[in-house]
Design a protein around this ligand. Structure first.
Ligand code: BV8
Ligand code: ZN
Length: 256
């Protein structure tokens, strides 16, 4: 039985309509309806024998560069042909509605698929880097182009192996991005956490920081995740269905 999408709570709509500063944290779930497997599901088929934490680490790359490079090359190819879905587009509409009223909107994503930028989102913080960017594992020099047949390709500067420019487990997040995300969490009136299992730190702490500072919080997911700090609103629905309804209600779209 297709699960029905709950109507947005009037108090959540009111909080967003009154908000001076909104922060949104997204995870792989918002890209699921664009056909991209979520992070926990990304290990299907050949990769099913691995756990994400076994592939998305510098040690895994050193041990098995060809396998790690191939996993990312496959995800990069999928992300290139993926299109933003109504969930991504609703967040762009919300950002524009707030911006023309001189209110702040910050989108913080854990995703590396680039779909928020493709959708037209203006203010995006990519906490974990981007699948479409590649750098040298040895000298960290960015590689503007590379030989896709490489297993992995080599750096033009030092001959080292190229790697995806994403943040692996055990690696520091880009400091400026993390500081900007924390600042947004500390100042926002409303924090929407969308399509993330809330398992990966330090991203998972951002909605908690917002809640502790008194922000109104929403968690939108397909399955319930036991958050240390339960959100004020917890919705179990597809982002591509719930977000357009929420944003239409906030922006008065479709209203008489
Ligand atoms: C660091 C890039 C320190 C790569 C990623 C013990 C406790 C706490 C923390 C740790 C610990 N042990 C180790 C740590 C730290 C570690 C960590 O958090 N580990 C976890 C596993 C416990 N963190 C780190 O290592 C970070 N670095 O801490 O550095 C440091 C300090 C000093 C010096 C050096 C280092 C780095 C973390 C970044 C890792 N890189 N991505 C890549 O993508 O390949 S994280 C990866 O997971 C993705 O970015 C992904 O976004 C992220 C989180 O996953 P989700 O997005 O939440 O996706 P998931 O599949 O889990 O969930 C999807 C959700 O969507 C589900 O809930 C589902 O219900 C929902 N959904 C599905 N469909 C829909 C939907 N919802 C709505 N609509 C739908 N249609
Ligand atoms: Zn190099």
């Amino acid at each position: 039985m297709a699960s029905t999408t709950p109507a947005p709570d009037a108090r959540l709509i009111a909080a967003l309509r009154a908000a001076r500063d909104v922060m949104v944290l997204t995870g792989a779930g918002i890209s699921a309806e664009s056909g991209l497997p979520t992070f926990r599901d990304a290990l299907t088929g050949y990769w099913a024998t691995f756990r994400p934490e076994d592939l998305a680490t510098p040690e895994a790359f050193e041990r098995n560069p060809a396998t790690v490079w191939a996993w990312y090359a496959e995800r990069r190819l999928k992300a290139r042909s993926a299109l933003p879905n109504p969930g991504h587009l609703a967040l762009v509409t919300l950002e524009r509605w707030l911006s023309v009223r001189d209110r702040r909107f910050t989108l913080v994503t854990q995703n590396v698929d680039g779909l928020h930028v493709t959708a037209g989102q203006a203010n995006v913080i990519e906490l974990h880097g981007s699948l479409q960017k590649v750098k040298c594992f040895r000298c960290a020099e960015p590689a503007p182009t590379w030989d896709e047949t490489g297993k992995p390709p080599r750096c033009a500067h030092c001959g080292g192996p190229l790697r995806p420019d994403v943040v692996w487990f055990g690696e520091m997040l880009p400091v400026a991005a993390l500081n900007a995300a924390r600042a947004a969490a500390e100042r926002c009136d409303v924090c929407l956490s969308i399509g993330t299992s809330g398992m990966v730190e330090p991203a998972a702490s951002l909605p908690r920081i917002a809640a502790q500072r008194g922000a109104t919080t929403l968690t939108l997911n397909l399955d319930v995740t036991d958050r240390a700090t339960p959100p004020r609103f917890e919705v179990r629905a597809r982002a591509g269905a719930f977000l357009p309804a929420l944003v239409d209600a906030v922006c008065g779209i479709g209203a008489a």
